[in-house]
Design a protein around this ligand. Sequence first.
Ligand SMILES: *Cc1c(COP(=O)(O)O)cnc(C)c1O
Length: 428
Amino acid sequence: MNRSIDTNCVQAGYEPKSGEPRVLPIVQSTTYKYETSADMAKLFDFEGEGYFYTRLANPTNDAVAAKITALEGGVAGVLTASGMAATFMAVFNIVSCGDHIVSSNSIYGGTFNLFAVTMKRMGIDVTFVSPDATEEELNAAFRPNTKVMFGESIANPALTVLDIELFAKVAHAHGVPLIIDNTFATPINCRPFQWGADIVVHSTSKYMDGHACALGGAIVDSGRFDWTKYPEKYACLTTPDESYHGIVYTEKFGVEMAYITKLTAQLMRDLGPVAAPHNAFLLNLGLESLHVRIPRHCANALAVAKYLQANEDVAWVQYAGLPGDKYYERAQKYMPNGTCGVISFGLKSGRAGAEKFMAGLKLAAIVTHVADARTCILHPASTTHRQMSDQELLDAGVPGDMMRLSVGIEDVNDIIADIENALACARG
Ligand SMILES: *Cc1c(COP(=O)(O)O)cnc(C)c1O
């Protein structure tokens, strides 16, 4: 049945039969029992129905992955232990030593390091492009060995909005899939598959969980990228996997299921960053109210952004939901119902003023985390992005005076009163 995304937030992924628990059970078991070895052997051959080891599949995790897959409008998905694990596995599933990726430079700091440092050590090269690059500039970044294009729908923390349709067009012109990190927009506000993206990743630790209680990630495949059109480039999917007794993923599972099946059967088996079933349960509770929380985050953030913009102590405000913002028009196209609850801004008193301002806040807490129910704030240049050089910070759209304010779902008048008080502290 084709239900609305709001209904899917509440109900998708788990349909109990008569007499079964109404609430998704936590299957807190590493292993599963069989009558005979032959029964279990069928599972190893992908022939039987059932579970054999939680690193490869678990009923709680599968139900929550199915819900997120439904929200994104994909065909297959998997949970991971963290957002970083999701991004690494989504990319590494189809790139190897000697390959190349093209990525927006306006991305999460951890992802930047993953591409620029850790994957470089694996012999995988990256070219960073501006999220505002022209089609020509994007084309110029591609090489014959480019296997993946990557970007964030709304970048954390730069809050740039990606031209997903343009990125997808260029990626496809080079026979490469586009992977979008949709963490900040969430599928409530933006569905990257509608704009040509092929694979979506999430840090579910943010809005999806929404309460800052469980780290997690998700990977969803649209099933639309045809690996068999480029059999040499994506030989990992179109030729026998010797580590899995010669299976050819595209033949055995079809183009739609090949990517996620390989990711699970091979990478989850060998790397192991599986989601804990208990965390999947907590994530599912968060997802049940995602469609209610996100509009409130956006309404509160817009009110706060307008307040900051009108305040004479404030040097600049960036929020794509704010008319006049550099990314306002693009956000209207890709996420017309709202962007996210995160705002960045700087004070006329600069980096020193930021420190005083943050110390003056009472309701908003200073935390690393972002995108949960409680209002919180971070100074990226001195914390999450401190590994980056001044030039890298500027290139990534993270200036030294930038504060990242994650507006929660409290009463917006209390949030604004807290900011007003802290602005007075920064002045005095
Ligand atoms: C937090 C975040 C990540 C990393 O996710 P973890 O769950 O912390 O590993 C990746 N991408 C974006 C956009 C994020 O905000």
